[in-house]
Design a protein around this ligand. Structure first.
Ligand SMILES: [Cu+2]
Length: 609
């Protein structure tokens, strides 16, 4: 009897445990917010519990015409201006290059960690091309970084290359051609990777993140220097044509701005009439919010700001200016007057009004930076403190990289009579992509690194043209000090790092007449620059000021070959480049099957001989 009773109790206990567990699971499931809908498109509200989606896009690169037949009676008939294929640009008929007959190219908008599959169809006659996904580290997929002759062969005319990678870096980014000058003619577009609301650090600062609230700015090349238009979303305002961002009074909007560059490499000033901009991100990375009347960024950079639609309901101009041209770019913030105002009495005063408003927030460094009303890059703080080991005084690898131009006679296509050098070498691209076809490169002919220099680069040769590679152990901490010794140009230089983002920990000045050994010594004594090892911003593009130096830190986590290069030069093979090989060859992911190949060819001896 007792045994039977004990058994019964055991069963009852088990049942109670089961019911208890079941109710706990049901409660957890009930309390966990799950996505309301299944979305067919990747351009969807992002949710942290969603599975990543596979997002397919097709970019057809081809020659096109602005204000051609596609535009019908535009601008007389405004509806014709918005037809498929109508590119307005500066309102003149001219040959341009486009992706999908759009300028800028289509906005690719996905959620963090989605898998992007982009078929790039090259329909440019006789012209090779690659696409770089600026802001994406490609840690798992270095073959998809889009650097010709380093990570892949240029995509040949009338062929298709499928880029496949994880959109692992959230934020406002940019895709663009990385060959020749195609990006000047129109092959670029925004790449927006959103985080789920619950993990987006800045989410409480805005109400709406509208997929249409993107401003892509670029110089347009038809004017002479000093007289070229700035396009905003592919339009130089004319007649009544200008992009409009529609807002509902009383709401706060996240607006994403991309500087897609141009031939003159001019930094842009952006401002919105009667509004302040609350800047919340640079190069896709969150910063401690800064209220500013004007924001200055350089080419390739991006910023996100919050616009509070609390002004007089009307159209307010967004102005894009530069010191290089008088022809400013314009767009408008257009208050939707048919929608009732959402302004609550307490919302009419911005909660950030108590915060100081900067006249200018700039990612560049200038004399203006000393003014109290100007905030420059070294004063901007990341929302996340610098992690270990980057906050330590000493890094595993420290590289001093001076760059300059020298007068030398060479075949190199630099500036007239001037040859660029970075780290004492003039970068030359190899004859095959070093990542996918490493064994086909003649090391003696091309490669220079700490173990080897081509024979022609004797100690007395003023210039050494070679594929300059620096090997960096995987997972090591790295500091790069870029030093601007260019005495021929009055401009700053803008550098972009592939494969990693970095913390811009320091900016120094007045290194013009200081030799490199003295610079190192000054740095050891802490006199070259002050380093911010706590809150320095995270970026992928940096301006090295005239006669100045910048220090960048990152942990080399992505195995691959990664380019660090000056992007102000309009040609990709300008010489101010250096290649980092991160990790050993065995650390590199295997070359994808049937990956396209290219290289030199010398005919067999019996051919016509
Ligand atoms: Cu690049």
């Amino acid at each position: 009897m007792l045994v039977g009773r004990q058994r019964c109790e055991v069963w009852l206990l088990r049942l109670a445990m089961f019911v208890g567990l079941l109710s706990a699971v049901v409660t957890v499931i009930y309390l966990t917010p799950v996505p309301d809908l299944q979305f067919a498109s990747c351009d969807r509200p992002c949710h942290e519990l969603d599975w990543p989606m596979i997002c397919r896009f097709r970019l057809v690169l081809e020659q096109h015409q602005s204000m051609g037949g596609w535009c019908g009676d535009c601008p007389k008939n405004l509806t014709h201006c918005f037809r498929y294929g109508c590119v307005i640009a500066e309102g003149l008929t001219r040959r341009i290059l486009t992706a999908n007959k759009q300028l800028p190219g289509p906005a690719i908008q996905v959620c963090e960690n989605d898998i992007l599959v982009v078929d790039v169809v090259n329909r440019l006659p006789g012209q090779g091309v690659t696409i770089h996904w600026r802001g994406q580290k490609q840690s798992e997929s270095p073959y998809m970084d889009g650097v010709p002759m380093l990570t892949q062969c240029p995509i040949s005319s009338y062929t298709t290359f499928q880029y496949k990678f994880r959109a692992a870096q959230a934020g406002t980014h940019l895709w663009h051609s990385h060959t020749g000058n195609e990006f000047l003619d129109g092959i670029f577009g925004p790449l927006i990777v959103r985080k789920a609301d619950r993990v987006e650090e800045q989410r409480t600062l805005y109400d709406v993140d509208d997929r249409n609230h993107i401003l892509v700015l670029n110089e347009w090349g038809s004017g002479s220097a000093g007289d070229f238009p700035i396009l905003v979303n592919g339009v130089f305002h004319k007649d009544k044509l200008m992009p409009k961002l529609t807002v509902t009074p009383g709401l706060r909007y996240r607006i994403r701005v991309v500087h897609a560059g141009g031939g003159n490499s001019c930094p842009f000033f952006v401002s919105v009439q009667n509004h302040e901009m609350l800047v919340i991100a640079l190069d896709g990375k969150s910063i401690k919010p800064v209220n500013a009347r004007t924001v200055q960024i350089n080419q390739g950079e991006r910023f996100d700001f919050v616009l509070s639609a609390y002004a007089e309901p009307a159209d307010h101009l967004i102005q894009v200016r530069t010191n290089c041209t008088k022809m400013e770019g314009l767009a408008a913030v257009s208050y939707n007057l048919t929608e009732p105002s959402r302004a609550q009495p307490q919302l009419q005063i911005s909660p950030l009004e108590s915060q100081i408003t900067m006249d200018l927030m700039s990612t560049l460094t200038s004399k203006e930076c000393t003014k109290e009303s100007v905030m420059c890059l070294n004063e901007i703080s990341s929302i996340h403190d610098i992690p270990e080991p980057l906050n330590k005084p000493k890094m595993d690898v420290t590289l001093y990289l001076p760059f300059d131009y020298i007068e030398a006679s060479t075949d190199h296509l630099g500036r007239a009579g001037l040859v660029p050098r970075l780290g004492n070498a003039t970068f030359m691209f190899p004859s095959s992509p070093i990542l996918s076809q490493p064994d086909e490169i003649d090391v003696d002919e091309f490669i220079c690194n700490e173990h080897h220099t081509p024979e022609r680069c004797s100690a007395t040769a003023p210039v050494c043209e070679c594929t300059h590679i620096v090997e960096i152990p995987l997972k090591s901490s790295v500091e790069i000090i870029l030093i601007n010794k260019d005495k021929y140009s009055s401009n700053d230089h803008v550098f972009h790092l592939h494969g990693h983002s970095f913390r811009a920990v320091g900016i120094g000045h007045d290194v013009k007449d200081v030799d490199i050994e003295s610079i190192k010594q000054l740095d050891r004594q802490g006199k070259l620059m002050e380093r911010n090892l706590v809150t320095a911003v995270e970026k992928d593009t940096i301006t090295v000021p005239k006669d100045g130096a910048v220090a960048l830190r990152f942990v080399a986590t992505s195995p691959g070959y990664w380019l660090l290069h000056d992007q102000s030069a309009s040609h990709w093979a300008s010489g101010l480049d250096i290649l980092f090989k991160v990790g050993e060859t065995s650390d590199l992911p295997p070359v994808p099957e049937h990956f396209p190949k290219c290289g030199s060819w010398v005919g067999p001896q019996f051919f016509l001989i």
